[in-house]
Ligand binder design. Structure first.
Ligand code: UN1
Length: 512
């Protein structure tokens, strides 16, 4: 039985201007939810409601807000299997990965429930006597958060949890194709006792969201924009926020490189490349883009990588598989376009290409009604190729080779993204040289490009973002603004820089 879901603003269901049908990508005949889509006006109204609610929420002591975050973590944990099953049903993420994704929300809550008792400011010495300096972290106000559906619950929690903990209200616009998962998470959050209007969920299409955001920014009801999605849309969101003198928190695409040194443990590298490239069917922003492998181990690596991929299971995401279907038709269409970037100088070393069907099966699997695609390894990638330079969200990994580490680093940086990266080596010098030279915000050594832990800074540079970081204590700078205070209790006006005592040194002094 499919669900009917609509936006919830200020604790009340909001009117819908259109509908969207969220389908199960493993069986596209199955409707997961019918989603009422709001218009720009509703989005802007939600931001006004959030602004109202935020005042009271900010006055709730931070340790008490931390207790609410603790309750969210408990509720998510108690509903983990149900939520994970829904994620698997709605976006086709293999169940084990979906459970891991749900775990990431709990980890985020575990981190931030304690932050309620910290949110440290500082006491700072003054230049003058009888004067004290302090810093405070103030909530920003309302955060408008727009998220993708490849991580329909974990990545939103990276915004929602710290934003709420810091005393902000949130208007959350999840991806339409992951609406049921988002709505379930919203219910868990509100069950923890958040006052109405502190967290609002608005389902809308891209255009409605953008127009709504523009309206709200104009009305002064949004003070932080969070966006996870493509570099193309991120640019527009960043521009819009910039016009309103705001810096958005942008988490965008990636073309994440994996460098394999001649001293690498090859089997470990193969395992890492397999998960990085094809876990979540290659649809993580941290998914592997290109393997940059040393020429001396190139042939051995490619042969083992192709063998490992051919042995891996692709199929029903409820089962034990490396990958299920693509997230949604929109992603399948885009992926088919990426496949047109294959050139005569490329060698597909993984077998068949394209949609898995009766006429193009993968072993005994014909894909049924699902959006299943053959996972592809392409060797012979060259630096000028689109497949080398652009993000290809989906199950396709390129391979190219290099002679020196400096050349590998140059290749790894060439596409101009800078989210995640990886090097396989047994030599510490290579690992640190790579770390220093790579432009990515995240570096793995002997590990997958994907699968970051939930309490390290997460974010990218270049086309992967504007330098903002999520997760751990670093995200606090997104959801609070520093306020400095000075308090003079000397009873007189002491002027900074001017009324400062000076102790005269004897600068001519020299040792005998
Ligand atoms: C994303 O795809 O937007 O590090 C985030 C990882 C996950 C998050 C990916 N923890 O791969």
């Amino acid at each position: 039985m499919s669900r009917q879901i609509v936006s919830v603003v200020g604790g009340k269901e909001a009117a819908a201007a259109g509908t969207y049908t969220s389908l199960n990508p493993a069986r596209t005949g199955e409707v997961v939810a019918r989603v009422g889509l709001a218009d720009a006006g509703t989005f802007a109204a939600a931001c006004r409601t959030a602004k109202e609610a935020q005042r009271e929420w900010a006055r709730v002591p931070a340790p008490v807000r931390g207790r609410v975050i603790a309750s969210i973590g408990r509720l998510v944990e108690a509903n983990a299997e149900r939520l994970a099953r829904l994620v698997t049903e709605e976006i086709g993420k293999p169940y084990a990965e979906a459970l891991g994704e749900v775990r990431e929300i709990v980890d985020t809550c575990d981190f931030f429930l304690g932050e309620g008792r910290r949110l440290y400011g500082q006491t700072v010495p003054s230049e003058m006597p009888d004067k004290n300096l302090f810093t405070f972290r103030n909530p920003i106000g309302v955060a408008a958060v727009v998220t993708a559906g490849n991580f329909p619950v974990a990545v939103p929690s990276w915004y929602l949890v710290p934003a709420l903990l810091c005393g902000n209200a949130v208007v959350w616009k999840p991806a339409e194709y992951a609406a049921a998962s988002a709505e379930a998470m919203f219910r868990l959050f509100t069950a923890a006792g958040l006052p109405d209007g502190v967290l609002n969920i608005v389902f809308a299409d891209g255009a409605g969201t953008f127009d709504g955001l523009e309206l709200a920014l104009g009305e002064g009801t949004v003070h932080k924009v969070g966006f996870t999605g493509s570099s193309e849309v991120g640019r527009k969101v960043g521009e819009l926020a910039g016009r309103h003198l705001q810096s958005a928190c942008l988490e965008l695409g990636g073309k994440n490189p994996m460098v394999i040194m001649p001293d690498a443990e090859l089997d470990l590298a193969v395992e890492g490349a397999l998960f990085s490239g094809f876990g979540t069917a290659g649809q993580r922003c941290t998914s592997l883009g290109t393997v940059i492998v040393h020429e001396s181990v190139h042939d051995g690596f490619v042969e083992r990588f192709a063998r490992a991929l051919n042995a891996a299971a692709i199929g029903d995401p409820a089962g034990d598989v490396l990958a299920g279907p693509l997230l949604d038709q929109k992603f399948a269409d885009r992926y088919e376009e990426y496949l047109t970037w294959l050139q005569p100088h490329h060698q597909v070393v993984s077998g068949n290409v394209g949609r898995i069907t009766k006429d193009n099966p993968r072993g005994g699997f014909d894909g049924g009604e699902g959006l299943y695609y053959h996972p592809v390894i392409v060797d012979g990638i060259q630096p000028g190729d689109r497949l080398f330079l652009e993000e290809t969200f989906g199950p396709i990994v390129g391979v190219t080779s290099f002679a020196t580490l400096d050349e590998a680093i140059e290749l790894a940086n060439l596409p101009g993204y800078g989210l995640s990266s990886s090097i396989y080596t047994t030599n510490a010098k290579h690992a640190f040289r790579f770390r220093e030279g790579i432009s990515a915000g995240m570096v793995s050594v002997n590990n997958s490009t994907s699968g970051a832990e939930a309490h390290l800074p997460f974010g990218g540079n270049g086309k992967s973002g504007n330098g903002s970081r999520q997760s751990g204590m670093w995200v606090l700078d997104q959801f609070t603004r520093w306020q400095s205070m000075n308090w003079d209790h000397s009873g007189k006006l002491q002027k900074a820089q001017m009324d400062v005592a000076e102790i005269e040194p004897d600068l001519d002094f020299r040792l005998p």
